[in-house]
Structure formats: structure tokens, C-alpha cells
Design a protein around this ligand. Structure first.
Ligand SMILES: Nc1nc2c(ncn2[C@@H]2O[C@H](COP(=O)(O)OP(=O)(O)OP(=O)(O)O)[C@@H](O)[C@H]2O)c(=O)[nH]1
Ligand SMILES: [Mg+2]
Length: 481
């Protein structure tokens, strides 16, 4: 096996940041103050995973685990929007499963072209032209672009094979693939010849199916003996599991029935991460090496025991090629039956990033770290905070209006907040000054909001630091940004 085979990789992705919106005012010779004409920032690029049938391993991701999509450009005057950041497409093999580092499956990428939005680009901020309204004819601010999503993901390859071969080392699994298909895996009389799964394409009349072996299993594989059970991920999708049994082994304590039982015990300890259970998968028993006279006798002897368990049994030899045709057609039939039960595969499906079902809600809770203070959680309030340039009072006033319209102010009052209470949303803490419902907003000038004069506003980091100093005393190192 010349090429390295990699079937698991950890990757670190960063989508592009959104560009900031632009605050600009149209200027002409005799019209010193035209309308607002600041353009929107461009959206940050997404990082996509796309199934490419020409990619067969995850090897590339071992050498290049970091990937970053392009940032959106900032908006400009003259209503010019910033360009969107470049999307980054990473090519993955068919059968790649995407998991979080904690092992939750996010996507199962099957079929050429299947695409997964692995990290979403940040939205560009609106420019002041887009923010203009009846109440704010010429906004002196624009929204900030949002940061792109950063994610650490695990990619695992699960071969897309119809038939999975299981067996002790040297049972003849690779030999079987080599005589049934054009694949030429390494075959040898020492155990663990196969270190990575082999895949072959088998034709049985009109049925074409794929067959994969996995490295030999031994008792204790579930505790990591031999090569362990990790490679079983390659048979999770198989329609049928085939026990390949060596009937010619002279190892003491082994015989076909106890071999199958021992491997079943190990299989039961494997939990497929795609869900389902290997226990419900149909099984077939292949008694191999019947070209050896003793082996043929043993095969005859044990056949009734397997049949009693309702298993189909085939006596074969990969050397003399006995029984291969019968086995091939029987496997073809099981695969056909399985395919008929499965929903038809979609040719090109796009798996989107699982989005929060409802992002319209928010909660107001007492701050566990500070008495009399409150914390607001919610997708929208937190996004609005990220979009706000806190150096610009008018932008802050706009934020206050948005929060008010969503009902955050009412909820704060209901939960017991009073003017001056500290409120934290995302990274920012501020002193709450309720706006008077229905009051007209008087803008005293560009970039200011009268309601905010005299209030004091500090970032959450500064507040945290102040709390820490109160608690622990001053320190050389500050944990602020
Ligand atoms: N006599 C005889 N020997 C066989 C037969 N099939 C395989 N062998 C031999 O058994 C040995 C192991 O064969 P492999 O195909 O490498 O076995 P495997 O199950 O893939 O083994 P691992 O990859 O180590 O798990 C080799 O020496 C083969 O030549 C058979 O039908 N008859
Ligand atoms: Mg092998």
C-alpha cells in the first residue's frame, strides 16, 4: 500500500467576516448636504464542504487542517456596496461524515455535489443609505459587519459499500474481494495484512454492487486489541454483512462457530455514529478454503448449526473458485432487496447548516454574577450588539430602538429592572435608561442621541475587570481585550 490512507481528520475553519457598512453623505457643488449614500458592506464568504467523486481520502486535510474564506469588503460612498468575500469550497470524498469535536453528527455527505455549509460568513453591515427612514433621514452611522463563524470539525470517512466483509485475520477477506472484483488488494499469510479497508466493484447479472473488507478482527477488538473496531465505520452503511470464516485454521480453540460468535460479541460493542444498529443488518456466512480437504469436512459439519440460526451459508474457495458464482448472485439479491427498501437517493442534495429553528425569541434573566443586574440572551439582540459601533451615539440610539421594538425594554421592566440597572447583552454591559414609549426622538446632531447624554456605558470586559479588581484586588495583567 503505497499511498497513505486517512479516514479521519480534524479541521479548523473560519468563514469570512462581513464588511462594515459605510456612513457617507452625498456632496455636490451647490448642495452641500445631499442624502445619505453609504453603501452596505459585503457578506463574508462561507466555507463549504463539497463531495467530489475524484477525492478518495481525507489526506489533504492532514496536511492543511486550517481553512479560511474571504472577508467581505466595506461599503463605500456613492451607494457602492462592498464586494462579497470569496467562498471557499473544500473537496471531500463521498461518504464523509461531519461531526463536532464532541462526536455529534452534523451531516452525512453522500452523492457527488452534496454540499454542507460548514462555517457561515458574517453578514455585511448596512450602510447609512439603507438605514435611512422617515425618522432618521440622514443617519450619521452605519452597521458593523458581523464576524464569520469559526468552527473546529471532525471529518470521518465511511466507505459507501453495499457488502461488508468481516473475519479473523487471514480468513481470506482480501482474497475474496480480489477474485470477485478487479481490485487487487494485498494478500498474505500473515495476520493484519490489510491495514485499511479495500473496496471492490462486483457484477452479478444486472446488479452491480460494491464490497469492502475491513482489517481483521480479533476477540478484544472492542478494547483496542489488534486494530480495534475503529474501521467498522466503513461498514456502517453496508446492506449486508458477510462473515468470512477460515475453515482451514489449525489454531487451537478456534472453529467456525466460535469464530463467528466471538466476532458477533465484538460487533455488539460497536456503536455506529450514523445511528441504527449493526445487529439488524442481514448476515451471510461464507465458509472459506474448502479446497483444503479437512476444511471441506469441517464446513459440512458446521453448516447445519448456522442454518439453524436462520443464516444463509456458502462454502467457497478463493483458490479453486468453488461456490463464487452462487455467492455473488445471492449477495446481489440481498443488495437489491435492501435498495428497494431505501428511499431513492437524491441526485444532488444540498445539506444546509442546521439553523436555529426560531431566532425571534429572547430571554431576560437576573445576572448570576451581579446583584440587581440583568442578562439578555437571544439571537437577534446579540447580533444587533455585534453590528453596533459603540463609538457612535446615534448608532447606539438605533440599537436602543431595535431592542425596544423587539420588546426587550418591556421585558426588562417586567423582570424588575429600574433606570440605572446594569444590563448585559453579548459582550456589552450598559446602564439601562428606558426610552419613553411613543416619545419623539430628538436628534441633536449627527452621531449623537440626546437620550444617551449623561449615561455611562462600559464594555462587558471593562465591567468584568472592575468586578475582578473589587474581588481580587488590582493585578498587573488585565484580561480586557
Ligand atoms: N487454501 C486456501 N487459502 C486461501 C484461500 N483464501 C485465502 N487463502 C490464503 O489465506 C491467507 C490470507 O488471505 P487474505 O485474503 O490476505 O486474508 P484476510 O482475511 O484479508 O487477512 P487480513 O487482511 O490479515 O485480515 C493468504 O495466504 C491466502 O492465500 C482459499 O480459499 N484457500
Ligand atoms: Mg486482508
Amino acid at each position: 500500500m503505497a499511498s497513505r490512507f486517512v479516514d479521519r481528520a480534524v479541521i479548523h475553519l473560519a468563514a469570512g467576516n462581513g464588511g462594515n457598512g459605510c456612513a457617507s453623505v452625498h456632496r455636490e457643488k451647490f448642495k452641500p448636504l445631499g442624502g445619505p449614500d453609504g453603501g452596505n458592506g459585503g457578506n463574508g464568504g462561507d466555507v463549504l464542504l463539497v463531495v467530489d467523486p475524484n477525492v478518495h481520502t481525507l489526506l489533504d486535510f492532514h496536511f492543511r487542517p486550517h481553512a479560511r474564506a474571504g472577508n467581505g469588503k466595506i461599503g463605500q460612498g456613492g451607494n457602492r456596496s462592498g464586494a462579497a468575500g470569496e467562498t471557499l469550497e473544500l473537496r471531500v470524498p463521498d461518504g464523509t461524515v461531519v461531526l463536532t469535536e464532541r462526536g455529534e453528527v452534523l451531516a452525512d455527505l453522500v452523492g457527488p455535489g452534496t454540499t454542507f455549509v460548514a462555517a457561515q460568513g458574517g453578514r455585511g453591515g448596512l450602510g447609512n443609505a439603507a438605514l435611512a427612514s422617515k425618522a432618521r433621514k440622514a443617519p450619521g452611522f452605519a452597521l458593523l459587519g458581523e464576524p464569520g463563524e469559526s468552527r473546529d470539525l471532525v471529518l470521518e470517512l465511511r466507505s459507501v459499500a453495499d457488502v461488508g466483509l468481516l473475519g479473523f485475520p487471514s480468513a481470506g477477506k482480501s482474497s475474496l474481494i480480489s477474485v470477485l472484483s478487479a481490485a487487487k488488494p494485498k494478500i498474505a499469510d500473515y495476520p493484519f495484512t490489510t491495514l485499511v479497508p479495500n473496496l471492490g466493484v462486483v457484477t452479478a447479472g444486472d446488479t452491480v454492487f460494491t464490497m469492502a473488507d475491513v482489517p481483521g478482527l480479533i476477540p478484544g477488538a472492542s478494547q483496542g486489541k489488534g486494530l480495534g473496531l475503529d474501521f467498522l465505520r466503513h461498514i456502517e452503511r453496508c446492506a449486508v454483512l458477510v462473515h468470512v470464516v477460515d475453515c482451514a485454521t489449525y489454531e487451537p480453540g478456534r472453529d467456525p462457530v466460535s469464530d463467528v460468535d466471538a466476532l458477533e460479541t465484538e460487533l455488539a460493542r460497536y456503536t455506529p455514529s450514523l445511528g441504527g444498529d449493526l445487529a439488524d443488518r442481514p448476515r451471510v456466512v461464507v465458509l472459506n478454503k474448502v479446497d483444503v480437504p479437512d476444511a471441506a469436512e469441517i464446513a459440512e459439519l458446521v453448516r447445519p448449526e448456522f442454518e439453524k440460526r436462520g443464516l444463509e451459508v456458502f462454502e467457497i474457495s478463493t483458490v479453486s473458485r468453488k461456490g463464487l458464482r452462487e455467492l455473488t448472485f445471492a449477495l446481489g439479491a440481498v443488495v437489491e432487496r435492501y435498495r428497494a427498501e431505501q428511499p431513492p437517493p437524491e441526485a444532488e442534495k444540498v445539506v444546509l447548516k442546521p439553523l436555529a429553528v426560531d431566532d425571534s425569541g429572547f430571554t431576560v434573566e437576573p445576572d448570576p454574577e451581579e446583584e440587581g443586574a440583568f442578562v439578555v440572551h437571544g439571537t437577534r439582540p446579540e447580533r444587533w450588539i455585534r453590528q453596533t459601533n459603540f463609538g457612535n451615539d446615534e448608532a447606539v440610539g438605533y440599537l436602543a430602538d431595535r431592542l425596544n421594538r423587539l420588546g426587550v425594554e418591556d421585558e426588562l421592566a417586567r423582570k424588575g429592572a429600574v433606570p440605572g440597572s446594569q444590563v448585559t447583552i453579548g459582550d456589552i454591559s450598559f446602564e439601562w435608561q428606558p426610552s419613553t414609549p411613543g416619545a419623539v426622538v430628538h436628534l441633536s446632531g449627527r452621531g449623537t442621541d440626546v437620550r444617551l447624554e449623561g449615561t455611562d456605558r462600559v464594555s462587558a470586559a471593562e465591567r468584568k475587570e472592575a468586578r475582578r479588581i473589587r474581588r481580587d484586588g488590582p493585578d498587573e495583567e488585565s484580561d480586557g481585550e
